[in-house]
Design a protein around this ligand. Structure first.
Ligand SMILES: Nc1ncnc2c1ncn2[C@@H]1O[C@H](COP(=O)(O)OP(=O)(O)OP(=O)(O)O)[C@@H](O)[C@H]1O
Ligand SMILES: O=P(O)(O)OC[C@H]1O[C@H](OP(=O)(O)OP(=O)(O)O)[C@H](O)[C@@H]1O
Length: 291
């Protein structure tokens, strides 16, 4: 069946939590163990490796399916099939951005302002070279192996690096000059494996479980009862994914209402439902939402 490669490092914790939520719990001896397993008939081999190497390994057929960032797929230009974006990063559900940054007080306002021979440190040399060529800038691109922000202004003049929350840029007194790429985490496959109908079906099952777990994040199921007379008042304030489900209760003039709502806002919604006539209100966690 499928061999799977998962990212070590920045995405590791969030990826393992997502697989757990998707009922594809990854098991390994310790967090230093780079061989793992998933108790699922569709997955027979799991390795945990650096995300920057994952697109190439997938292209070469060393694994069928993997998770990495769009940034590394673009940098390596690996020929892989994407099964879709998985909306999570190291700390948030937002994408990361590959940006060019300079010291706050540098004179340059756009990439075209950079002088010939400008020194730029980056972990993304290929992406940076392509970007500079597009903008007609002749620079010296210096490969970085981490702590890139720390190298300006004494070692280099500018950097191309990732930003998620912006905290590293702020701490290092840097200003964004341009954005080269917006990058989501993605589920990607080896092209040949994806062409195999059995493997593709297994990959699509896994994608569905992962996306279902991501969609469920931040949502809860609200259930309540309400009288005939007050049903419209409750429905008028009840958000839902499509439309709330309303069922008549076996006895009397009561209805049961249920709806998937955003967890954010439930603190004001529940008292409002109660004031509108709702009773027996239940808030229930959701593990997955599959279309
Ligand atoms: N806040 C973040 N910082 C860095 N990378 C992030 C962040 N959120 C998501 N990512 C993604 O995680 C991957 C990081 O890959 P990379 O090969 O640079 O290894 P790493 O996990 O950061 O390891 P190291 O810390 O040793 O550099 C990229 O695809 C990147 O887009
Ligand atoms: O916008 P932020 O939320 O601050 O996140 C972005 C920072 O996180 C990553 O660094 P990491 O901690 O992986 O160290 P590294 O630079 O050594 O790779 C990345 O390279 C940025 O420096």
């Amino acid at each position: 069946m499928l061999s799977l490669v998962l990212p070590k490092g920045s995405l590791e914790k969030a990826t393992f939590e997502l697989f757990d939520a998707a009922d594809l719990t990854v098991r390994r001896g310790s967090d230093r163990d780079y061989r793992a397993s998933v108790d699922d008939p569709r997955i027979d081999r799991v390795r945990v490796l650096r995300p920057q190497e994952i697109p190439t390994y997938l292209e070469q057929g060393l694994f069928d399916l993997g998770i990495t960032g769009r940034d590394w797929i673009t940098e390596t230009q690996a020929d892989v099939v994407s099964l879709g974006e998985l909306k999570y990063s190291k700390a948030t559900s937002n994408p990361v951005r590959v940006i060019m940054a300079v010291p706050k007080d540098a004179p340059w306002q756009s990439v075209e302002d950079l002088p010939e021979g400008v020194r730029i440190s980056t972990e993304f040399p290929a992406l940076t070279e392509r970007f500079l060529t597009e903008h007609g800038v002749k620079a010296r691109v210096v490969p970085s192996y981490g702590a890139t922000e720390a190298k300006v202004p004494d070692i280099v003049d500018a950097i191309v690096d990732l930003t998620e929350t912006g905290s590293s840029l702020r701490k290092n007194g840097l200003r964004i000059l341009d954005t080269l790429l917006v990058s989501y985490t993605e589920l990607v496959a080896n092209r040949e494996a994806y062409e195999d109908p059995n493997k593709r079906a297994a990959m699509e099952d896994i994608a569905l479980l992962l996306q279902g777990a991501i969609r469920a994040r931040g949502n809860v199921l609200l259930k309540l009862n309400v009288s005939d007379a007050q049903l419209q008042d409750v429905l008028s304030i009840m958000p839902s994914m499509s439309s709330p489900t309303v069922t008549r209760l076996a006895g009397g003039e009561m209805h049961a209402v249920e709806s998937v709502v955003a967890k954010h806002g439930v603190n004001t919604l529940i008292p409002a439902i109660k004031a509108a006539g709702g009773c027996d209100i239940l808030e229930i966690p959701i593990s997955k939402i599959v279309d």
